[in-house]
Write a protein that binds this ligand. Structure first.
Ligand code: ADP
Length: 273
């Protein structure tokens, strides 16, 4: 025979039930708000390049086509905006795959410094245009073999190094650090001495479409999706993408990776030769 509940116990049960429903409604409301903001951002990101293309094409059709100097410039502008749209679509595609958990990791052993050097090489021209110097922190150059999805980690590194240029300062420095923390984990960090992130925004930079006012002013090509993609990739590896930043001083973005197991390390060395 079950013991009878006292009136007080019944009241507590009802209160707990009501609280649970309230929490559920709160979550639904938040999701709804999130969905609305997402759609608003999305339409804004699409509108800007589409309106620009429309403007250039209409002006050409209305007579500017006759002027060879103008028509080349306008076609170039239109083409840049088409490029921006296609990058946006690619990023959205990638995010939706990542969020549905459809993107599988293909892990292998690789030397993390090799990928950092590749990211530096890919962005060498852009860095030169901004007078930014790339380097490794002292003691970080020695090859560290990690186990992860090489292509995806390369993508993360390119994104972080690209941001260090976009939000860096002229004559600035981008520094890569690699630490083997405890023999099992490797910490990779990309630091810059650029504009930094105001404290109130730091927790928001990984949100989809989030860009600081200052960031928006500096680089019109960005969509605010890069860090959100990076975050998903690192989380799929079982780690977090972290950030430390001070406005006007600079930012450091970093993440951990698994150190390759001993027997795997030898094959990675072989692959490299
Ligand atoms: P995007 O660069 O396309 O705007 P991201 O998702 O890569 O998108 O970055 C989101 C925002 O975070 C940027 O718009 C910028 O405001 C801020 N941010 C990212 N990296 C840095 C950095 N290294 N220094 C300062 N601000 C940064």
């Amino acid at each position: 025979i079950l013991p009878q509940k006292t009136l007080d116990e019944v009241r507590l049960d009802v209160e707990a039930w009501a609280q649970k429903r309230k929490d559920e409604i709160e979550i639904l409301k938040k999701n709804e708000q999130f969905r609305k903001e997402f759609l608003q951002n999305l339409s804004h990101e699409f509108k800007t390049p589409v309106f620009a293309i429309q403007g250039y094409v209409d002006t050409l059709l209305q007579g500017a086509l006759e002027n060879p100097e103008v028509n080349r410039r306008f076609l170039e502008k239109a083409s840049q905006n088409v490029e921006r749209l296609s990058r946006l679509i690619q990023d959205l595609d990638e995010i939706s795959k990542l969020e549905r958990g459809e993107l599988k990791l293909h892990r292998q052993n690789f030397i993390v410094q090799d990928l950092i050097r590749e990211a530096f090489e890919t962005l060498a021209l852009k860095a030169e245009q901004h007078n930014i110097t790339f380097s490794f922190k002292k003691g970080s150059e020695q090859g560290q073999i990690v186990f992860g999805d090489k292509d995806k980690i390369r993508q993360v590194l390119i994104n972080l190094v690209d941001n260090s240029i976009k939000y860096g300062r002229r004559n600035g420095n981008t520094i890569a650090s690699v630490y083997n923390t405890d023999g099992k984990h490797v910490l990779v960090e990309i630091s810059d001495d650029g504009m930094g992130i105001p404290e109130k925004y730091i927790s928001r930079v990984f949100e989809r479409f989030f860009r600081t006012q200052e960031g928006r002013g500096r680089d019109l090509k960005g969509s605010g999706l890069g860090l959100s993609i990076c975050k998903h990739i690192i989380e799929a590896h079982g780690y977090n993408l972290h950030v430390r930043s001070k406005e006007g001083v600079g930012s450091t973005f970093g993440f951990s990776l698994d150190v390759a197991r001993r027997e795997r390390q030898l094959t990675a060395m072989d692959d490299r030769r």
